[in-house]
Ligand binder design. Structure first.
Ligand SMILES: *[C@@H]1O[C@H](CO)[C@@H](O)[C@H](O)[C@H]1NC(C)=O
Ligand SMILES: *[C@@H]1O[C@H](CO)[C@@H](O)[C@H](O)[C@H]1NC(C)=O
Ligand SMILES: *[C@@H]1O[C@H](CO)[C@@H](O)[C@H](O)[C@H]1NC(C)=O
Ligand SMILES: *[C@@H]1O[C@H](CO)[C@@H](O)[C@H](O)[C@H]1NC(C)=O
Ligand SMILES: *[C@@H]1O[C@H](CO)[C@@H](O)[C@H](O)[C@H]1NC(C)=O
Ligand SMILES: *[C@@H]1O[C@H](CO)[C@@H](O)[C@H](O)[C@H]1NC(C)=O
Length: 372
């Protein structure tokens, strides 16, 4: 079964490379039939789009999602404009996503002009390679206000849900505007959920309270992004790098910045925060993380902590998890970074231990991140 699966993936990979190779010049290249030929054609694609990892390494980690988008220089640029005042192709973000054909691998940009869009959107698995571009996170916002007590599950509360791979968002805000948890209802209220692989967010903002950003599954890159929340506001089982981000804690009754859900030792997921800033206001404090999954893995590197972090730093949720979680801090600073009261089972990392977490390699960025 595994063999069949990987064979069919390779075939799909070949087909998509071929369409890339054949699109611009009607060359006489034959369909790659051996692994070496697949590697070679993939390498030529890698060379063309400027990715930094070699094809062999990529293919050894091949998954269905790896079928890349067509390079921007091989297909005409398609831009769909959303303007709620009627000056674009559509007035709602949902209509623009509906206009993208299924099984898309062409790069498509959906440009959203300034405004607050009261919508709930799901980007399905088969609508890949879409960039959602706002006019600035302070002027373009998509918002809704469902909490788990309304919908029955946390997953279904999201204002914006991404199931597709190769999704990118820039300069736009995602909000769940439900009120802070009061202990009386199920207050999980997601602004954005992603289960897609290879998603990148640049200059975005996520606003919420409990469970703002459901970083549920897949490899993700968050850069220059603001994430606001109170309880477990970055959570799930994704593998993500957060670089140059601001994490803003609204701690009414205590909370946690992260709740990472790695299930077991062999699962390769975790969150890494590099060169970020934790800001916030009380009256209560927040943990850096608590262990939603028994093998929860989170690292904060070179990050500034305001005086909003609980001095113990981390919470295991269950004493048995103290020996299986991996929580690390590396050269963090600021009033919240004093480690003298930290739990004994968290780590201050040395250079060697921090190294795997601090670069784009953590999320195999060389395969797919086109802009650092
Ligand atoms: C890829 O996998 C093959 C087969 O397991 C192995 O021989 C090769 O060394 C691997 N290459 C890399 C770059 O990991
Ligand atoms: C878009 O986001 C980038 C950060 O990725 C930022 O440098 C730029 O100023 C933003 N542009 C607008 C119009 O907000
Ligand atoms: C929402 O909360 C009310 C009580 O405030 C409760 O009766 C109801 O069952 C809850 N709904 C869900 C879906 O949990
Ligand atoms: C580890 O957890 C993942 C995700 O739940 C699961 O798919 C996998 O089978 C588990 N592996 C082991 C060895 O338990
Ligand atoms: C850290 O906290 C301890 C105990 O409260 C205190 O003695 C020490 O001076 C603090 N270190 C820094 C760098 O503030
Ligand atoms: C870092 O810590 C590891 C133990 O986790 C140790 O083996 C290694 O020698 C240390 N490296 C440095 C440079 O201190």
């Amino acid at each position: 079964m595994a063999r069949l699966w990987s064979t069919s993936i390779l075939v799909l990979v070949c087909l998509s490379f071929l369409s890339l190779i054949l699109a611009p010049v009607h060359s006489t290249l034959k369909t790659p039939s051996t692994r070496d030929e697949v590697v070679a054609s993939f390498q030529s694609w890698v060379d063309r789009v400027g990715a930094k990892t070699d094809a062999e390494t990529i293919l050894n980690k091949t998954e269905i999602n790896l079928i890349p988008c067509k390079a921007g220089d091989t297909v005409p640029e398609r831009v769909i404009v959303v303007d709620q005042n009627g000056g674009g192709d559509y007035t709602t973000i949902n209509e623009a996503f509906s206009a993208v054909p299924p099984h898309n691998i062409d790069p498509i940009t959906i440009k959203v002009l300034p405004g607050t869009y009261f919508e709930r959107v799901v980007v399905p698995k088969n609508k890949r390679c879409i960039t959602l571009q706002g006019a600035g996170r302070d002027v373009t916002k998509i918002t809704s206000s469902f909490v788990a007590n309304d919908t029955g599950t946390t997953y279904t509360t999201s204002t914006f849900g991404v199931s597709a791979s190769y999704f990118t968002a820039r300069n736009i805000s995602f909000e769940n505007s439900s009120p802070p948890p009061n202990g009386k209802r199920m207050h999980q209220a997601v602004a954005l959920r992603t289960t897609g692989d290879f998603n990148a967010f640049y200059g975005c903002a996520f606003y919420g309270q409990q469970d703002t950003l459901y970083d549920a599954r897949g490899r993700h890159y968050f850069k220059d992004t603001l994430i606001v929340g109170s309880v477990d506001f970055i959570f799930g089982d994704g593998k993500s790098l957060y670089k140059d981000c601001e994490l803003r804690v609204l701690s009414h009754r205590g909370g946690s910045i992260t709740a990472q859900k790695r299930h077991n030792f062999s699962e390769d997921t975790g969150y890494s925060f590099v060169n970020c800033r934790v800001t916030g206001s009380g009256p209560a404090t927040a943990y850096l993380g608590r262990a939603w999954g028994p093998y929860s893995r989170v690292v904060f590197a070179l990050t500034e902590f305001a005086d909003i972090i609980d001095p113990v730093g981390w919470y295991s949720w269950d004493a048995a998890r103290e020996s299986t979680v991996f929580y690390g801090e590396y050269k963090c600073f600021g009033p919240g970074a004093n480690e003298s009261h930290r739990v004994k089972w968290a780590h201050e990392l040395n250079d060697t231990e921090a190294q795997p977490f601090v670069s784009l390699d953590y999320i195999n960025g060389g395969l797919w991140v086109t802009e650092e």
